[in-house]
Design a protein around this ligand. Structure first.
Ligand SMILES: Cc1ncc(COP(=O)(O)O)c(C=O)c1O
Length: 407
């Protein structure tokens, strides 16, 4: 269903939308209701549903991270406020990781800040660089929390179409720039599409930002999740990019630490004061226990994710093969990253209805593409990160049957 359709529960103007009650600010009225709880409700109402919905991984953090928290709390300083930007040993470990893995030399032109997850890092960035009615360009389909953060800050999210295989369209991005534009956002590997942008495309966006005096916000939450020899590229590593590039990271997926709320951001030195003000007000300091866990996780490093990524690759192939069969009424653009496919369904139903019916009639949960402002009339996002292989295969079987029956 079109997000602007008054019957769409996500439409902020729909009187049935639970967010539309007295006292809510105009700014918040304009923010879409998060879709995950709606899908969660349908799922809870349909016992036995297999969820290919939420974007989390099935594995736990390294044991070392949990042990670090068991040791935490023995000194008084563990219980006091810490530095706004994060505990020094963690910040130093992140700087080493950024240099070794992302090619980003942090100081002196930029700095690292530990945040309560990648979402908070994005919000910090938006608050630091926008005034009300400023614009931020999001290639569509986009990660809905990015759009929500922009609207919440009183700025405007401007969509820029991507190609049919969800790659960046530089012309569409350039056409979306106006005098009010402050930043272009890229997410690679991408949520919701699984697309990984090649180095050339990210360099082109970064050069465009530099030429037009814009920030390039690049989200690398899924940096460890690429397949088939594809490697992600960090635009923060480009010579001369530090002054206009904001890079965002998360431990939620890489280390299976979603509930620990740990992320970090690399910001230009010119934004240090602004971001410090925001973080000091919203968070004061990142949670100390989680920072100790994060430091221990970083010492284990990316090898923690590697065996899981290999298993996810097997799932990725299985899903692509099953949904590419001639009699399954959908298009599956290839996806070399994250753990998502955004599938276009050949149906006269809208995305919300399709997602609801797949749950209620076929007991498999997906996320409707309309939540990501996917322009195709009917699409669903499939996540294969959260479940063991057997459950993914069973969910896939139900999905294939459901699409055949409903489309
Ligand atoms: C692109 C992207 N960025 C950020 C996040 C949120 O990460 P965190 O849990 O670190 O806030 C997600 C979560 O799904 C995501 O898909």
């Amino acid at each position: 269903m079109n997000p602007l359709n008054p019957l769409n529960p996500l439409n902020p103007l729909n009187p049935l939308n639970p967010l539309n009650h007295l006292n809510q600010s105009q700014r918040l009225r304009a923010v879409q209701a998060p879709v995950i709880p709606i899908v969660g409700r349908w799922t809870a109402e349909t016992p036995g549903t297999i969820s290919l919905g939420q974007g989390v991984v099935s594995y736990e953090p390294p044991a070392e991270a949990v042990q670090a928290v068991r040791r935490f709390g023995s000194t008084l300083s563990d219980h006091r406020y810490g530095p706004v930007e994060g505990l020094p040993p963690l910040v130093e470990a992140l700087e080493r990781k950024l240099a070794a893995e992302n090619g980003i030399a942090v100081r002196p032109d930029s700095c690292v800040l530990v945040t309560a997850g990648g979402n908070q890092a994005f919000m910090n960035a938006v608050l630091a660089i926008t005034d009300p009615d400023d614009e931020i360009i999001l290639p569509t389909p986009y990660y809905f929390n990015h759009e929500m953060a922009i609207v919440m800050a009183g700025a405007k999210a401007i969509g820029a179409a991507t190609t049919s295989d969800y790659q960046l369209d530089l012309d569409a991005i350039a056409r979306a720039i106006t005098p009010r534009t402050r930043a272009i956002v890229t997410v690679s590997p991408n949520n919701p599409t699984g697309a990984v942008y090649p180095e050339s495309a990210l360099r082109a966006v970064n050069t465009l930002c530099r030429a037009r005096d814009l920030f390039h916000i690049h989200d690398e939450a899924y940096e460890y999740f690429t397949y088939g020899g594809v490697t992600p590229f960090s635009p923060g590593s480009i010579a001369g990019a530090a002054a206009h590039t904001i890079s965002l990271y998360s431990l939620s997926k890489a280390y299976g630490m979603a509930s620990w709320r740990m992320g970090y951001m690399v910001i230009p030195a010119s934004l240090h004061e602004a971001v410090n003000k925001i973080q000091d007000t919203i968070l004061i300091c990142p949670p100390a226990a989680s920072q100790h866990a994060a430091l221990a996780a970083l010492q284990v490093g990316r090898r923690h994710a590697e065996p899981h990524v290999a298993r996810l690759d097997t799932m990725r192939h299985a899903i692509f093969d099953a949904l590419s069969q001639a009699d399954v009424p959908c298009d599956v653009p290839s996806a070399e990253g994250a753990f998502y496919y955004l599938v276009r369904v050949h149906s006269s139903s809208d995305s919300m209805t399709m997602s609801e019916r797949l749950i209620k009639q076929h007991r498999v949960a997906t996320i409707p593409g309309s939540a990501f402002a996917d322009p195709s009339p009917c699409s669903v996002r499939i996540s294969y990160g959260a479940l063991d292989s057997e459950s993914v295969i069973e969910g896939l079987k139900r999905l294939v049957e459901g699409l055949r029956a409903l489309a």
